[in-house]
Design a protein around this ligand. Structure first.
Ligand SMILES: Cc1ncc(COP(=O)(O)O)c(C=O)c1O
Length: 431
């Protein structure tokens, strides 16, 4: 399979979101072009997982049901509310929305975030908050601010593919932290690591919720080892079945400061990913380092979308729609899991996630190789995310991530029927 080029690497997320056709053509053109006699691309580009390269073709397949990506349902976007807020924001704040702004972000938005995340034990100030060009930039800036070549990153396993890709250019060593393995010890896992990366609320890819006890243990271990503890939280608002444990940020703040925690938030799943507005909350010295890193990245996040985000946060729209969005996605989750129980339970096991966007299925049958299922699935017109892409070492071939937020119930059911045919074909092939 061909190796990554810079262009293919940068675009694989977009393929997930339906831009596949246009970008696959672009990638093909690059592949077909005669190799120019110019300097070589950076070495890290050839270290990414090859299976992700195959996603490029997926957008071209007519009638494909894509349960591989991690996208919200566009019908949940509050279009009219945002349109009104946007028009008013530009008229009311022309210099702020149409000009350059401070690197750290609009003071008004920073203080909205500081207020939202303050607790009785600690009041956050703007010095604890950096506005980012969405959550993904927070991950990128952390790599820029913290990682030198060969530094250790201890990452919750399996982990978010985008985080791995954000840090690969820094060429760190990835150490897997499997919270489900018996005898997992946060102190040992974090020893000597620059930072530990976690998605405790309905993780990507597993949909799992980390319990209070483990959260406390992670904060204590990070404190003891001097490791920064990244709490990446895009999915906390997509909560379908119950209450959330306290965030690790809240746990750290009980002692009066943010301690080792760097909390990353985003508007993407709260309201819409197109805003590209996120935030990092941390100790002032970390915010200063991230601000320096951001200066060389994009100078500032778009003033228009920051102002829209600020007005959205003030308006109460998020709280008003949260229950309705949860009902919508809960029904889709239940439809996917019901179809899985009917068609896949001989070969896979999974837990029904209490929130987020994904069901994580593990093979019961050791012969199953989900990289190969991904390939056969494309022929059966269903696209899944194989587990190898969520493993920093690319070795795990016994799992798959299935998304339930993007497609309607009947399409999810059909996707699972196709996946069952895919498994049957794979098993015949294997014999
Ligand atoms: C765990 C995790 N972190 C961060 C992101 C980045 O999201 P955004 O850049 O849209 O905020 C995602 C997106 O899917 C994610 O799943």
């Amino acid at each position: 399979m061909p190796r990554y080029t810079p262009d293919t690497c940068a675009i694989h997320y977009l393929v997930f979101i339906g831009e596949g056709r246009r970008l696959a053509h672009a990638a093909k053109k690059i592949e077909n072009a005669k190799a120019p006699d110019r300097a070589a691309f950076a070495g890290w580009l050839s270290t990414t997982n090859e299976i992700t390269r195959a996603f490029l073709g997926a957008g071209e397949i007519k009638g494909l049901i894509n349960i591989a990506g991690g996208l919200p349902d566009p019908t949940t976007y509050p279009v009219e509310d945002i349109a009104k807020i946007a028009a008013k924001a530009i008229r009311d704040y022309p210099a702020e929305t149409l000009g350059y702004g401070p690197i750290e972000g609009l003071p008004d938005l920073r203080s909205q975030i500081a207020q939202r995340f303050s607790t009785p034990s600690m009041t956050l100030s703007n010095r604890n908050v950096l506005i980012t060009t969405s959550g993904m930039q927070g991950l990128d800036l952390l790599g820029k601010a913290l990682l030198d070549n060969s530094d250790v990153v201890a990452g919750q396993f399996p982990t978010y593919l985008g985080a791995l890709d954000a840090w690969r250019p820094r060429q760190p060593q990835f150490r897997n932290m499997d919270f489900t393995s018996e005898g997992f010890d946060p102190n040992t896992a974090m020893q000597g690591a620059k930072f530990a990366y976690t998605v405790p609320n309905f993780s990507n890819p597993t949909g799992r919720l980390v319990g209070t006890q483990l959260r406390e243990a992670l904060v204590a271990a990070a404190d003891a080892s001097g490791t920064w503890l990244i709490e990446d939280d895009p999915y906390g608002s997509l909560n379908y079945d119950g209450l959330l444990p306290p965030s690790m940020l809240q746990i750290a703040m009980q002692s009066g400061d943010t301690g080792p925690v760097v909390y990353l938030g985003t508007m993407s799943k709260l309201i819409s990913p197109g805003l590209r507005v996120g935030w990092a909350i941390a100790a002032p010295e970390m915010i200063e380092a991230l601000t320096l890193a951001k200066q060389g990245s994009d100078m500032c996040t778009s003033g228009i979308t920051q102002r829209i985000a600020c007005e959205v946060l003030k308006s109460g729209i998020i709280e008003a729609r949260q229950a309705q969005v949860a009902d919508h996605y809960r029904a889709r989750r239940d439809a996917l899991c019901a179809a899985m129980s009917e068609h896949l339970s001989d070969w896979f096991e999974w837990e029904v996630p209490a929130g987020g966007m994904f069901v994580w299925a593990r093979a019961r049958d050791a012969r199953i190789n989900t990289d190969r299922l991904f390939e056969i699935g494309l022929e059966e017109k269903v696209c899944i995310s194989p587990s190898s892409v969520f493993d920093a070492h690319g070795e795990d071939r016994q799992g798959m991530r299935l998304n339930f937020t993007l497609n309607a119930e009947e399409d999810l059911t059909e996707a699972i029927r196709r996946l069952a045919r895919t498994v049957e074909r794979f098993l015949k092939e294997d014999i």
